[in-house]
Ligand binder design. Structure first.
Ligand code: BGC
Length: 517
């Protein structure tokens, strides 16, 4: 085993003084509502696209096919137009995030959240009032822009404003909101599927609630000290730092941010800078974490839980019911992560979950492989329960690992100079692969059948090995000290750090020879 593969030693472990102040907690709760919107959009489409009224209005061909029911069980919903409805949001989001990178850097985290809120509000109006497919898709695209801006700004906001020792837990409030959004969407769909013919309209319109929450939240929070200082507002940054840390003794942390922002000022082309050798570890990890997160297969389950359960022979109602159960498991298990991420660390959660996800997926594949034939009517009550239970164990392990950590780790490992650009690549890759899965899943299900779960389980194996060897632990390391205390100490990644010529440890800037400067 290569030395240092499992842990990172902290050469100097002194913490900055920071109380857990009400203003930090309230700001984080407000900002995290950006996740609510993302989750609601992820959760709502599966249920809506299995409503007959919705299909009849926008996708009559799919409805006809569904009613004729001659298709193989695995192929009922395989329609590119229908998949495009779900996917357009992700395509818009991944494009928008590059604009959001500019705004998070130049206008700040807070204003970027506000822009997201406005996109959401307009998108919801288009969707709720949709008369034709075009309006529906335009609405989804606007919502996607909101997701691009929100997912760019919110995780950065949370990681920067949080005191180091609870940074993981506070950042995960974002993912907690994502899961609450998904659950809320599932519950709404469960209710609205009984309202004919406009239940789907209500489903799409209720996204207005999270949209308003985020917009109000963005109006009330203060920007992060890091962002204020990065934009030259030093005094304001210091005042905010004192307020959120609940102490006047903020000099060491302030100096550290000032130094990080001095380096950031020198960067004229953030994206080009991101490609430099010394940013390779963070970049590779951010990109791979997103690809891996999506290749766990979570969204295959999340988007299409109702469709999937329908395919398995549950009746329409029962399928939404099962989706509600997975939604609840998702929320509760995310709380496990909020509690444990700063205690047991990121790596431990990812490794444990790897085992659990792998076993659940293999079990699902085996049951489906043996029990579901192309045209058999249903799975049988007992086996159906087994599948739901396995889906739940899969979702719970995802919810305390890849779900939150896919967002947390990239937002805390980039240095300030590349943080905005890095986060934008993170969001872009996340949404790109969310899109790929959304677009491909129904066709894959139709062709691979139960083996689709074998496919995802193989990915889980690969990503767990990656974590084991290449992912350093970032728990309890101050955000502007990652280079020094994480990357330069890692058995593999330290080789990329040789052209870094400034150190920041505990607010002191030192040259390469270790002397204070
Ligand atoms: C992922 C989403 C996913 C959700 C499920 C998020 O972290 O980025 O794609 O739908 O978790 O809870």
């Amino acid at each position: 085993m290569p030395a240092g593969g499992f842990s990172v030693s902290a050469p100097s472990g002194v913490e900055f003084e920071a109380k857990i102040t009400p203003i930090v907690i309230i700001s984080c709760i407000m900002a995290a509502t950006g996740g609510l919107m993302f989750g609601y959009d992820v959760g709502i489409s599966g249920g809506v696209t299995s409503m007959d009224d919705f299909l009849g209005k926008f996708f009559p061909a799919v409805l006809r096919k569904k009613q004729e029911d001659k298709e193989s069980n695995y192929c009922k919903y395989d329609n590119q137009g229908l998949q495009l409805f779900t996917s357009s949001l992700y395509l818009a989001g991944l494009t928008a995030t590059f604009f959001a990178s500019y705004t998070t850097r130049r206008l700040g985290r807070r204003l970027t959240m506000l822009v997201a809120g406005v996109f959401f509000l307009v998108g919801v109006i288009f969707n709720g009032a949709a008369q034709d497919l075009a309006m529906l898709i335009v609405g989804r695209i606007l919502l996607g822009c909101g997701v691009g801006f929100a997912n760019q700004a919110v995780p950065l906001f949370l990681s920067e404003i949080a005191p180091t020792r609870i940074r993981g837990g506070l950042n995960i409030l974002f993912q907690l909101n994502v899961t609450i959004g998904i659950l809320f969407a599932n519950l709404v769909n469960y209710g609205t599927s009984k309202i004919h013919p406009w239940g789907w309209r209500l489903s799409l319109s209720l996204a207005g609630i999270p949209a308003v929450l985020l917009t109000l939240g963005a109006l009330f929070v203060t920007d992060t000290p890091n962002s204020l200082i990065e934009r030259g507002r030093l005094e304001e940054g210091k005042a905010v730092l004192k307020k959120i840390r609940g102490t006047d003794n903020v000099e060491p942390e302030f100096n550290e941010i000032v130094e990080a922002s001095r380096v950031a000022q020198e960067v004229k082309h953030p994206f080009r800078n991101l490609l430099q050798r010394r940013n390779r570890p963070q970049l590779v990890i951010a990109v791979l974490l997103q690809i891996f997160q999506q290749f766990t297969g979570i969204n295959a389950i999340m988007f299409y839980a109702p469709v999937l359960f329908n395919t398995l022979g549950f009746k329409s109602d029962a399928s939404l019911y099962s989706a509600v159960i997975t939604g609840a498991v998702n929320v509760l298990s995310t709380l496990v992560s909020v509690y444990s991420v700063d205690r047991v660390g990121r790596r431990m959660l990812l490794l444990e979950a790897g085992v659990q996800m792998f076993l659940s997926q293999v079990a699902i594949a085996v049951v489906l492989g043996i029990k579901v034939t192309d045209h058999s009517d249903s799975l049988g009550h007992g086996w159906a329960i087994v599948v739901v239970v396995m889906v739940c164990t899969f979702v719970s392990s995802f919810a305390w690992s890849w779900g939150p950590l896919g967002w947390l780790i990239p937002s805390e490992t980039f240095p300030l100079e590349t943080r905005s650009a890095g986060q934008s690549v993170t969001v872009c890759v996340n949404l790109l692969f969310t899109f790929v899965i959304a677009q491909a899943f129904l066709s894959m299900l139709c062709h691979l059948k139960y083996a689709i779960f074998v496919f995802f389980s193989a990915w889980v194996l690969v990503m767990s090995l990656f974590v084991l060897f290449f992912l350093p632990e970032t728990k309890n390391v101050p955000i502007e000290e990652m280079t020094e205390r994480v990357w330069k100490q890692h058995w593999f990644w330290k080789r990329y750090m040789d052209d870094d010529n400034h150190h920041i440890v505990n607010g002191k800037i030192t040259a390469n020879n270790g002397a204070s400067v």
